[in-house]
Structure formats: C-alpha cells, structure tokens
Design a binder for this molecule. Structure first.
Ligand code: NAD
Ligand code: MG
Length: 324
C-alpha cells in the first residue's frame, strides 16, 4: 500500500464516519412511530353542513386537514415555481403547502369569492418566508383561463410545475336533473380550463417541467349520481395520457392524481346528495374519508425530478376502494 492509497483509504473512512455523524442526530430522535391509517384521521361521520357554492374551508366542521401543522419538507422542489388551480382549499391547498415547504414558490388560482380561504393559506406560507402569488378569477372564462399560466410565469419569474386541480361537482341522482347549464359549467371548469391552461403554459415550460392533473376514482368508476362530473374526470385521464405522449419529446412529464372520497369544500357545496354526507367515505376499506394532507406527497413525488421516468400515469389515494 502506498502512502497515497492509505491516505485515500483514511479519507474514505473519515468521510463515512462523517456521514454517519451527520445522519446520527436524525436517528438519535428515534424511529417515527407506526401510524395506523384507519385511525390517523377522524372516522366520525360528517354532519350535514350545506354551504353556498363555492364553500369555504374555514367554515367546515371539522376543518379539513391540508397539512398546515404536519407537512415537513426536505428541499425536494427547491427553487421551483408552481401554479396550482383551486389552491385555496382542499387537495389543491395540500399540494400548495407541500410544494412551498419543499422550497417552491407558488401561484394560486381560485374563484374570487374564495378570497378568505386563499388569504389563510397565503398568510401561513408567507409567514414561513415563501413567495405566494394570488390570482383570483373564474376558470370558466376562457380569456381568464388562457391568461393564467402566462401571468403566473410573469409574477413568479418562471414556471416549472402546473397543477390543474380546480373542479365543479354537483350530485344529481338522475340525468333528468342535470341542467344544460350545470353540464356546461362542469365541462368548462374541469376540461376546457385544463386545455386552455396546458396550451398556454407549454410554450413557457422547459425540459424537466411537470404537469399534474387532478382526476378521480370517477375517471374509471363513475358514481351514478355524478354523470357529468365523472365524464370530465374520464376525459382528464385520457388527456393526461395523450398529452404525456406528445410532450415526451419536450422533456415535460404529465401525470394524474386520482383521489377517492376526501373531506373538502366541494363536498358540502352540492358535491354530495342531500342527507348523504354522514356516509361519506365510511365504505372504504380504511373505514373513513381521506383528508387532503394525505395526497400531498403524491403531488410532490410527481413534481420531483426523481420521478423522471414517470409520465402518462395515474396514481390513486382512495382508502382501498380499488378504483385506480
Ligand atoms: P375544493 O373545493 O377545495 O377545490 C376545488 C376548487 O376548484 C375550489 O377551491 C375552487 O377554487 C376551484 N374552482 C371551481 N370552479 C372554479 C372556477 N369557475 N374558477 C376558478 N376556480 C374554480 O375541493 P377538492 O375536493 O379539494 O377538489 C380538488 C380536486 O380534487 C378537484 O379536481 C376534484 O374533482 C378532485 N377530487 C376530489 C375528491 C374529493 O372527494 N374531495 C375526489 C376525487 C377528486
Ligand atoms: Mg375552495
């Protein structure tokens, strides 16, 4: 062994020892306790609490858990710029909180009357030193929807992650009860806006960027009282897969998250048939509805460059119903 190799070996040993020392404090805190997903969040049936559309999360009981107090980042999205529609509440808010805590700056779109919910999340994240841009506006207005991504790009100083998450859902037991206006609004919010936003965002995106669309278990297994909504969610699945094929050669990934029953404002503003809220989520194998916080890691993972071979795919969070 030459002096050189022994010095190298010594150095290697020191580096390993150093690594162990660096990792030690984390281990020293002890293993995180295993958490039973059946009891991680409330199993108590939800009380009827109808709100005018679009409902405010801050007025729900219990208030949905979007990870405000629990999500911890580790720099997975450091320096990224993200646009999230419907980011004021529910699943979109959970994605926004997680993105911000992973080091991203975020732009949030929401319907103008949701300003109180949007202010709540902006205040929380700005207090943590993140940049949060608020862009209220109606996504059924094609002009507004087409201007949204360019505006987010301008105000954030770039755009790397686009989450099409806003949706309109009104339960109706029979097709006869779906008015042409409801059908039109559901299509415009859930499908047309996604098309407008993707078409205007793509020229602004660089290789490595990610588009994430929020689908549903309804994308493949329609709830019978959600005919129009489920139709849009099926469209979102195919749009995701088709766009991923087109954008592979530009290095842009496109994926979908497919939630099951999650406790969010959409459910108390006509999303469930009257009198049905008490049953919401009770029939999943985990025996409860999900909370938005339980989806955050899926959005982060799909935005993370570590998922670089994942595109055109759908990932579920549905408590075991087996849909996606
Ligand atoms: P949510 O009410 O918190 O989010 C929906 C958001 O859509 C609203 O906050 C609102 O900002 C936005 N929106 C609706 N119409 C709009 C318009 N015209 N202009 C601008 N914004 C508009 O409820 P959520 O459940 O978190 O919904 C987020 C996504 O999750 C939706 O795509 C929904 O279909 C999907 N999803 C939810 C569930 C569930 O059980 N909650 C299940 C499957 C899929
Ligand atoms: Mg909302």
């Amino acid at each position: 062994m030459t002096d050189d190799t022994s010095r190298r070996d010594l150095f290697k040993g020191a580096a390993v020892a150093g690594l162990a020392a660096a990792a030690a404090p984390a281990f020293a805190q002890g293993a995180a306790p295993l958490v039973d997903p059946q009891t991680k969040f409330t199993k108590t049936p939800f009380a009827e609490q109808p709100q005018k559309w679009p409902a405010l999360q801050r007025n729900m009981r219990p208030v949905p858990d979007c990870g405000e107090a629990s999500y911890r980042g580790s720099g997975r999205l450091a320096g990224r710029k993200a646009l999230v529609t419907g980011g004021d509440s529910g699943i979109g808010r959970a994605a926004v909180i997680a993105f911000a805590r992973e080091g991203a700056d975020v732009a949030i779109n929401y319907y103008p009357s949701e300003e109180p919910d949007a202010q709540d999340v902006a205040k929380l994240l700005r207090g943590e030193g993140r940049k949060v841009v608020l862009i209220p506006g109606d996504l059924t207005d094609a002009k507004f929807a087409r201007g949204l991504a360019p505006r987010a790009h301008r105000e954030l100083g770039g755009l790397d992650i686009v989450v099409n998450n806003a949706a309109y859902q009104q339960s109706k037991a029979n097709i006869a009860e779906i008015t042409p206006e409801q059908f039109d609004r559901t299509m415009k919010t859930n499908v047309y806006a996604m098309f407008h936003i993707c078409q205007t965002a793509i020229p602004l995106l660089k290789p490595g960027a990610a588009i994430i669309n929020t689908g549903s278990v309804n994308s493949v297994d329609p709830g019978e009282e959600l005919l129009d909504y489920a139709t849009t969610k099926a469209a979102i699945l195919i749009f995701t897969k088709g766009l991923a094929k087109q954008l592979g050669k530009q290095g842009i990934r496109v994926n979908m998250v497919a939630p099951g029953p999650i406790w969010t404002p959409l459910q108390v503003a006509g999303g469930q048939l009257p009198g049905k809220l008490g049953e919401f989520g009770q029939d999943t194998p985990l025996g409860r509805a999900g909370q938005p916080a339980e989806l955050a890691s899926l959005y982060v993972t799909l935005a993370d460059p570590g998922s670089s071979f994942t595109t055109g795919s759908a990932f579920g969070a549905n408590g075991g119903t087996g849909a996606i």
